[in-house]
Design a protein around this ligand. Structure first.
Ligand code: SF4
Length: 481
């Protein structure tokens, strides 16, 4: 998970850069419009309630999970617990063996990506077919998703057209509607011939033992109702107490994700097909995956478990917008990935990720359940320093900084000197084009030269001015009109 190298390659990839520029603010604008249409104040209250609701669920996670299990069993489903992704894979493969399953159609499931389920199925003679259009495209390209709700966002129309021509063996199409229709035709055959459907789950509802699936393409419904076995594989933190809670979160999720008031399909699936049902699977199995989640309950990273996988944080992140999702090196990209990947895979295995953020705060402002992502990233950075996982020079610089920052006289002297040095480095145009001791800062941008006086000097001057004039001064350095 070497973000730096991957981000460097992403920046040098002209095709990716042009696609990412187009991605830019699309989702962001749609969310802004959806929020305005809902009512800004009301939406902010909804975010508060969403955060509280998720916290309530997490505070008694064991209780809600056991309630979920009891209700799901009562309605004829099977519930399997997986401590890690290896156990999750083993559960799925055993079900395939027991039922003689040979083809799995899948609707989007990030936990199945987490578990590397497709490779495991293929290795054991079960053909996995992704049916979400974006997932289908990246499966053909043999790539991981680059966005959690728009997995093929990094591909342009021509690249998709090339992939379809190669794999479908049909005349090349370039119109998006026609490409989509062709994918539908290809997928329809798989829907009708698959014996296993694998879905994720946006939420698990404890009071009814149901899984809620939110999609836009309708593939989720076919995946979960056509094959004779349905496996819903999801993280244990997805459980919420009631259907009313689902109603609240379902107001937040699509508005935050795609700017829709509601997604095209919201399915609440409860148990296998009953005696009087015309459709539905004969067997419904839940695979509930921990994979390290319980380690963070009750700890300083617990707030991350509120995540409802909407993707708003990456849509708003200037780093993600520039380098795309593959730079993050694992299943979860963007700010949420920069926190989740070190949590699940170990801080030592994701050294760059907590640094892959400007800490501008846009992710926190956009998050529907108010996860303090910048704060969590800062905590991970602190842990990196504590565990000596950052380079020696960086740790020495931080120690030096801490030494100076806790001695006001030294700090004042240091900033005075720094201002002088930076002004010496600035060109006649008032910008610094290159900082010799840390050239990375000026590789892709210029830094404005600082003012002659430091903030502390200006502040002291204005205080003494106020003392002389007896009038309140509320602003340092008034902007010129
Ligand atoms: S961290 Fe927040 S904004 Fe990001 S995916 Fe999760 S819920 Fe959405």
């Amino acid at each position: 998970m070497h973000f730096k190298q991957r981000a460097g390659s992403a920046l040098a990839d002209a095709k990716l850069q042009s696609v990412m520029k187009r991605f830019g603010s699309g989702f962001v604008e749609k969310r802004t419009q959806a929020r305005a249409a809902f009512g800004v104040d009301l939406f902010e209250r909804l975010r508060d309630e969403g955060a509280k609701l998720r916290d309530r669920g997490l505070a008694n996670l064991d209780v809600w999970l056991l309630r979920f299990e009891a209700e799901a069993l009562r309605r004829g489903a099977t519930v399997l617990w997986a401590g890690d992704t290896a156990e999750a894979r083993e559960h799925v493969l055993r079900i395939c063996r027991e039922h003689g399953l040979k083809k799995a159609i899948k609707s989007k499931s990030m936990v199945s990506e987490e578990a590397g389920l497709n490779d495991a199925l293929e290795a054991h003679g079960v053909q996995p077919v992704e049916t979400d259009l974006g997932e289908y495209i990246i499966q053909l390209a043999k790539e991981p998703p680059s966005h959690i709700i728009a997995p093929a966002i990094h591909k342009d129309k021509e690249q998709v057209s090339d992939l379809f021509t190669e794999h479908h063996r049909k005349p090349r199409l370039t119109d998006i509607d026609e490409l989509t229709r062709e994918a539908r035709v290809m997928l329809r055959e798989h829907f009708l011939s698959a014996d296993l459907g694998i879905s994720g789950g946006n939420f698990l509802i404890a009071e009814t033992g149901s899984v809620a699936i939110v999609t836009n393409e309708g593939n989720g419904r076919m995946t979960t109702t056509l094959p004779r076995v349905h496996i819903a594989i999801t993280g244990i933190e997805k459980v919420i107490p009631t259907l009313e809670d689902l109603s609240l979160l379902n107001r937040l999720l699509p508005r935050s994700a795609t700017g829709q008031a509601i997604s095209n399909y919201v399915s609440v699936l409860t148990g296998p097909r009953g005696a009087n049902d015309r459709e539905g699977p004969e067997h419904m199995v839940f695979v509930l995956v921990d994979n390290g989640r319980t380690d963070f309950l009750g700890g300083e990273m617990q707030e991350m478990l509120r995540c409802i996988r909407c993707g708003a944080c990456m849509n708003h992140c200037p780093v993600y917008q520039t380098v795309g999702g593959h730079a993050y090196g694992w299943v979860y990209p963007g700010p949420m990935g920069s926190v989740l990947t070190p949590m699940f895979n170990g801080l030592e295995n994701a050294l760059d990720l907590p640094q892959a953020a400007t800490l501008c705060g846009a992710c926190h402002v956009a998050c529907p359940v108010k996860i303090p992502l910048p704060g969590l990233l800062r905590k991970l950075r602190e842990k990196q320093v504590e565990q000596r996982l950052r380079p020696r020079t960086e740790r020495a610089a931080i120690r030096l900084w801490a030494f100076a920052a806790t001695r006001p006289w030294l700090y004042a002297l240091g900033t005075k000197l720094a201002v002088r040095v930076l002004r010496m480095l600035s060109s006649s145009t008032g910008v610094i084009r290159r900082i010799p001791f840390d050239p990375g800062w000026t590789l892709g941008r210029d830094i404005p030269a600082p003012e002659r006086k430091t903030f502390r000097q200006l502040y002291a001057e204005q205080r003494s001015e106020r003392g002389n004039q007896g009038s309140p001064v509320t602003r340092i350095g008034k902007p010129s009109s």
